[in-house]
Design a protein around this ligand. Structure first.
Ligand code: SF4
Length: 290
């Protein structure tokens, strides 16, 4: 629970606040960008602007329940039941952002894909009871796609609750991940279903993989994300744990595929028509090679 006594002085005056336990994961800034902002002075999130509408207050409360370190609070202890009911948060009619980030994955984003042939949970949120119940109400989870070893959080609790098949690349399956039901091998794309293609993208980690859904959405883990200003695609050499040259080759491989959305584990989402997405990807590959 956030502590008023640890409230960051950079917060805008008012009810909502962020305390010093923030880890700068950006979950709040994704969910409520009109309320939360990054303070360069402290390198953490703060309340940049107190909510001035019911809609903004709801988004701020969704961030409060989703914050992985419980760093967000309200002086008045506002009830959050409506925010709990508003998660998962739709991005598209069949793709939802789960919220409820886990500190063990540094607040990585996770997503639910709702499909007639079985829902897919991409990476693992925190196994909070309200989220588990919400996923159940949306049809449960048949498949859990784990993009890489860092964003797996509470995967075993989701597997137990939903009896789902977990999928991860064999090169990232170590320790507790050895129990994962399906391990992918090699670097060629693997068809998981007619609308689901797993694409190994070694680089950030040896076993990183992205998931292409309906040639529309690319779930990218920590391989690829959008810039904070929404203008371009980015990848991070400073957070490349395996091989930057391999990650560059893996990025170029994505030019073979068409998609409109990049939904990452960390970093901003990116949405563009397919032609622009391709040109942004080409620019990124050129920068990585540069
Ligand atoms: S969600 Fe919590 S930990 Fe993450 S940036 Fe916001 S306040 Fe910080």
């Amino acid at each position: 629970m956030a502590r008023l006594s640890d409230r960051l002085p950079e917060n805008a005056p008012g009810d909502f606040f962020v305390d010093s336990s923030c880890i700068d994961c950006a979950t709040c800034r994704t969910l409520a960008p009109r309320v939360f902002a990054r303070s360069d002075a402290v390198g953490l999130s703060v309340v940049g602007c107190q909510p001035s509408s019911e809609a903004d207050a709801l988004r701020a409360k969704m961030a409060l329940v989703s914050c992985p370190t419980s760093a967000i609070g309200t002086a008045s202890k506002v009830p959050v039941r409506d925010a709990v009911g508003a998660l998962p948060d739709p991005i598209l009619s069949d793709v939802l952002y789960c919220g409820y980030a886990s500190e063990s994955s540094y607040g990585a984003a996770s997503y639910l894909v709702v499909r007639e042939s079985g829902n897919v949970l991409v990476d693992s949120p925190r196994a909070a009871r309200p989220l588990m119940d919400g996923l159940e109400a949306l049809g449960g989870v048949r498949t859990m796609f784990l993009s890489h070893v860092d964003d797996v959080a509470d995967h075993s609790l989701f597997a137990r609750r939903f009896a789902c098949e977990r999928v991860i690349h064999a090169d990232d399956a170590r320790g507790p991940l050895l129990e994962v039901e399906r391990k992918l091998h090699g670097n060629d794309p693997i068809v998981l279903a007619p609308d689901l293609l797993a694409i190994p993208v070694p680089g950030h980690t040896r076993g990183s993989a992205v998931l292409l859904y309906r040639e529309q959405v690319l779930f990218t883990g920590d391989h690829l994300w959008g810039s904070a200003d929404g203008k371009r695609l980015e990848a991070g050499r400073s957070v490349c744990w395996h091989s930057w040259s391999e990650q560059t080759r893996s990025m170029a491989k994505l030019l073979d595929f068409a998609f409109e959305w990049v939904l990452p584990g960390h970093g901003a989402r990116f949405h563009a028509p397919k032609e622009r997405m391709r040109s942004e990807l080409e620019r990124l590959v050129a920068r990585m090679r540069g």
